[in-house]
Design a protein around this ligand. Structure first.
Ligand SMILES: Cc1cc2nc3c(=O)[nH]c(=O)nc-3n(C[C@H](O)[C@H](O)[C@H](O)COP(=O)(O)O)c2cc1C
Ligand code: SF4
Length: 487
């Protein structure tokens, strides 16, 4: 049985006014007018070149109408390299487009929403190959493959066979024999698609990351500042480069891995480079994992140490997430890439009503422990909690309990971006409540324009500006939610 949604017990306007949720809080250089936060969500609406489109403006403008205290723009690539319809900030030519988002959010939130942009770096991951192509083109044939062929077939002639014959023979073997012959990374490349690791020191670009990333992040942060954002969120979470540096799985032997200090070194150097570029009077925080939820990965104890180190180094906020790793992702179909939100760690990142234990407020114990730990160390850095927060009572209790200082709500804000405003105005009963069944996440997985299944119940209702609702590329779905009913 799926879990029922928590009782909403929506507040009256007076209760909302008195609440912690709707009271201001300083976050680094700015003050968030309320403690409501929409965390980064990729909607796949940029151009293939990573430029801002009208759809991107409509998406963020629509979130702004609900007047969250803080809105975080999607994971935005800091390199100037092709990465599909994901926003990019890897060159100065992106600044004018990003400025348009800032203007749109300022206008449509009536200046009531502070705006951050999430800065991301990620390593290469290939699609799962056709086995024939893998053996024909991708596999680098070495002596051990010939030795392996000899061992599984019992024929020593393989030791002297031509590369073409070795490739053909490998392609014709049953899977269990192939697994015996390939090493772990080759087997993974065949089954899932090749994926770079931060400890692939034999690859010059990976070896160089500690030299390249601080500048890439610092340049990106400077562009965000020029575009008018109130601050940046460094993406140190989930399956991406910086989280991989922090992970105990990081085996780099050049001083940027293995020990706790080594793993922290690059994230702190990135922060220092960013800070130097944008100055003290600019909000710089990070999103990172309270628990990686994978075998051999970082647990809460690691996250507590990182929190102290980040706070001491001058991070302005800590946004806590959980899981979302490649290590336990499901095997993709041939021709598709692995998606880090499909395994157990992915489920913890975006918990659903179908999981065994409740998805609601599920990750708050992590943010609570992290907040308590940094407070004990004497830091008052704001901690942001997320994960299945979808009612006023839940949000307010979390703040009162010290689980976190700001409430991040992704999917409930997607289902109804006006929910913050509705609660404030005592109109909670009209909130369109998220079902937590992850239809939106399924679209994200396919890199399709993200929408919410609930919006389509009002398919004909005009958009906020009164025009016919724009539809997704497949022509079937509303691209933005219906407007808030006038009271
Ligand atoms: C469609 C979609 C896209 C997301 N994209 C990002 C992202 O770009 N960066 C990030 O840190 N988290 C991303 N997330 C995770 C959310 O920010 C959030 O942590 C997660 O959904 C759990 O919060 P919720 O229960 O309030 O939805 C995404 C989630 C969804 C549903
Ligand atoms: S698609 Fe489903 S899980 Fe996603 S926001 Fe809408 S109701 Fe929530």
């Amino acid at each position: 049985m799926p879990h029922a949604l928590p009782e909403p017990n929506w507040p009256s306007q007076e209760e909302a006014q008195r609440s912690l949720l709707f009271s201001p809080l300083k976050v680094g250089a700015f003050t968030a007018p309320t403690r409501s936060w929409i965390p980064a969500m990729v909607p796949w609406r940029a151009t293939e070149e990573g430029e801002v489109t009208q759809d991107v403006l409509d998406w963020y403008g629509r979130f702004a109408e609900g007047q969250p205290g803080v809105l975080v723009i999607e994971a935005t690539g800091i390199r100037d390299v092709a990465s599909g319809p994901l926003l990019r900030i890897g060159h100065d030519r992106y600044i004018p487009g990003l400025k348009r988002i800032v203007d749109e959010v300022r206008k449509r939130s009536q200046g009531k929403t502070r705006l951050l942009i999430q800065l991301i770096d990620f390593l290469s991951i290939r699609r799962r190959p056709e086995p024939s192509k893998f053996f024909e083109r991708f596999l680098v044939i070495e002596e051990r493959h010939r030795v392996g062929l000899k061992s599984v077939t019992g024929e020593s002639s393989w030791l002297h066979a031509s590369e073409v014959d070795v490739r053909k023979a490998l392609a014709d073997l049953p899977n269990d024999s192939i697994e015996q012959i390939l090493d772990d990374r080759e087997w993974e490349a065949l089954q899932f698609g090749a994926r770079q690791r931060v400890w692939d020191l034999h690859e010059p670009a990976i070896e160089e990351l500690p030299r390249t990333l601080p500048t890439l992040f610092a340049d990106a942060a400077r562009r965000a500042q020029e575009a008018g954002f109130d601050g940046v969120e460094l993406h140190y979470a989930h399956a991406y480069t910086m989280a991989s540096f922090l992970s105990p799985l990081n085996q780099r032997t050049d001083g940027y891995g293995t020990t706790l200090e080594g793993r922290l070194r690059l994230p702190l150097e990135v922060l220092a480079a960013v800070r130097e570029r944008v100055g003290q009077d600019y909000t710089v925080g990070c999103r990172y994992l309270g628990d990686e939820v994978i075998e051999g990965g970082g647990r809460l104890a690691d996250a507590l140490s990182y929190a102290t180190a980040f706070a001491a180094a001058g991070m302005d906020f800590l946004s806590i997430s959980k899981g979302g790793k490649f290590e336990d992702a499901k095997q993709p179909r041939v021709g598709q890439s692995a998606y880090p939100y499909t395994g157990a760690s992915g489920l913890e990142c975006m918990p659903t009503v179908r999981m065994e234990e409740t998805p609601f407020g599920r990750n708050l114990p992590l943010s609570h422990a992290i907040r308590q730990s940094v407070r004990d160390e004497g830091f008052d850095i704001p901690v942001i909690g997320a994960g299945g927060i979808a009612s006023f009572v839940q949000a307010e209790q979390a703040l009162q309990n010290g689980d976190c200082d700001l409430i991040a709500s992704a999917r409930q804000s997607l289902a109804d971006p006006d929910w913050w405003l509705k609660m404030r105005q005592g109109q909670g009963a009209s909130v369109r409540r998220c079902k937590f069944t992850n239809y939106c996440e399924g679209l994200d997985q396919k890199h399709k324009q993200v929408t919410c299944q609930l919006w389509d119940k009002d398919k004909e209702t005009p958009d906020t500006c009164g025009s016919k609702p724009a539809l997704s590329l497949d022509g079937k779905r509303r691209l933005t939610p219906p407007p808030m009913p006038r009271s």
